[in-house]
Design a protein around this ligand. Structure first.
Ligand SMILES: [Zn+2]
Length: 494
């Protein structure tokens, strides 16, 4: 039997630069196979092109190659060069291990064949791998420097940005119509309008993006956050693995700004304010009503539980064998966790849907009133706070003049503090919540869509803000799950 060979080729950006397309890699390997009278049993090709220079992309074909080698499908792996096969020295160690265990030989067209079963062969292979790695690092360093230089030169790189047109030499000049749209969006953001609403408005007015598409909130947000808008070019250095690192560096761009820097900084501050960034939280709560809904028995909060599956063993038969086992799955649920109570439990999906329907209906009907704030109430609260604080000030003055005793001041303070705090809470309630403003004025379909897209934290914030109180009541014995009775959960608006 002739020697069976597998060919491995890898498409990558560096290979492209060297004119080493995948076809050329495979051809050269086939030629080598023919010369050595190998029978090629399979060809494995990975596409390793990724945005980062030091690729950590998985290589599914490489994994399949190693699995097939373990299964003994071939004796030899052929690659164009060592660097096609392994991307960094650590991967060579895997190849060496593999050779030790399964005896697979790894041969190349241009890097020679290292006998991995001898110490000398392994040393040569390791030296070559570290030379390759150094070369790859130098290449990516060159690229990084090139990028840095382009950034520092202040030229615009990339497609046409919204707000500008290209001159013949690809420098930018302001597109007055788009610039006006941009300035308008900036004013609206600074006035506290939600990005979502502005996006909707742009699309309703038929204003396209720079590529002629309709706007998405994330796209508009990015456009508004560009430092380019105020004439600056931002550059974030990449490390050797192509990951963004360090702070963003700003340098003057070679184009006319559309808004001034101070205004842009306010836009950035507004759009990146932590209370606005309800997405991408590190510790996102998993369940909608954990710490929100109450137990109808003890009044404590319920918690969400994971679904779990357990196996029910089949019964013993007369002949001593067992019947088939069955798996039983309990779905996600809300439970009262309070020791001594734990009397309430309900299927999570049912309660969530019930509450969701309620909240969305409430928003569709009363969203503007409930989320939009109440300027009159806010003003009244402010006045009362001012009056209460004036009383306190007066008492302090009297104390300073020797008219009041220490004890009198303390007593007054104890009486006024809770009142001030209550008024401050009223003031908070009466002020519009900019993070939730987008939810105030939308119709039911849009609300449902946005609710589906929102993260749990945002949904919880809405329920809290609306003051909706959810209580899960105990149902009679034998409640173990058949059907959901909506009357067993009370949902009360504030
Ligand atoms: Zn309870």
């Amino acid at each position: 039997m002739s020697t069976r060979a597998a060919i491995y080729a890898r498409i990558s950006r560096d290979a492209e630069d060297e004119g080493l397309g995948v076809a050329r890699q495979v051809q050269d390997c086939e030629r080598r196979a023919a010369r050595d009278a190998f029978t090629v049993v399979d060809t494995y090709i990975d596409n390793d092109i990724s945005a980062s220079t030091g690729s950590r992309k998985p290589r599914p074909e490489y994994d399949r190659l190693l699995a097939d080698a373990r299964a003994g499908r071939f004796d030899v792996v052929l690659a164009y060069s060592n660097s096609r096969l392994t991307r960094r020295p650590r991967e060579l160690e895997d190849i060496i291990d593999h050779h030790d265990r399964h005896g697979t030989r790894f041969l190349t067209v241009v890097s020679g064949d290292d006998d991995l079963s001898t110490a000398d062969g392994r040393m040569t292979a390791r030296i070559k791998a570290s030379v390759d790695a150094a070369e790859a690092e130098r290449t990516s360093e060159r690229l990084r420097r090139k990028h840095q230089q382009l950034a520092e030169s202040g030229r615009h790189i990339g497609p046409r940005p919204f707000g500008w047109d290209f001159n013949d030499d690809r420098t930018l000049r302001i597109n007055q119509a788009e610039a006006a749209v941009l300035r308008d969006c900036v004013q609206r953001v600074l006035a506290g309008e939600g990005i979502w609403k502005i996006t909707k408005d742009l699309n309703a007015r038929g204003v396209p993006t720079s590529t002629g598409k309709t706007w998405a909130t994330q796209v508009l947000r990015r456009v508004l956050l560009r430092w380019r808008n105020c004439g600056l070019r931002s550059h974030q250095p990449l490390d050797k693995d192509g990951r963004r690192t360090g702070p963003v560096a700003l340098s003057p761009g070679q184009w006319e700004p559309i808004i001034d820097r101070e205004t842009h900084e306010r836009v950035v501050a507004t759009l990146t304010a932590p209370e606005r960034r309800t997405n991408n939280r590190g510790t996102e709560p998993k369940y909608l009503l954990t710490s929100v809904a109450y137990c109808g028995e003890c009044g404590g909060h319920v918690v969400g539980t994971n679904e779990f599956t357990y196996e029910v063993k089949g019964g013993l038969r007369k002949d001593g064998t067992r019947g088939p086992s069955r798996a039983r799955t309990y779905p996600h649920a809300y439970k009262c966790p309070t020791a001594g109570c734990m009397k309430v439990q309900r299927t999570m999906a049912d309660v969530d849907e019930h509450v969701t329907t309620f909240v969305l209906a409430l928003l569709a009907r009363d969203g503007v009133r409930l989320l939009g704030g109440d300027p009159v109430a806010a003003e009244q609260a402010r006045e009362r706070i001012a009056a209460l604080k004036a009383q306190l000030d007066l008492a302090v003055d009297r104390y300073a003049d020797g008219e009041w005793t220490d004890e009198q001041v303390t007593r007054l303070n104890a009486r006024l503090r809770p009142q001030i705090e209550a008024e401050e809470a009223r003031l908070r309630q009466a002020q519009p919540d900019s993070a939730l403003a987008d939810w105030a004025d939308a119709d039911a379909d849009v609300l449902r869509e946005r609710w589906t897209a929102a993260d749990v934290e945002t949904r919880k914030a809405l329920i809290r803000r609306l003051g909706v109180k959810v209580t899960i009541h105990r149902v009679g014995p034998g409640n173990a799950g058949d059907g959901y009775d909506p009357s067993s959960v009370s949902i009360v608006p504030a």
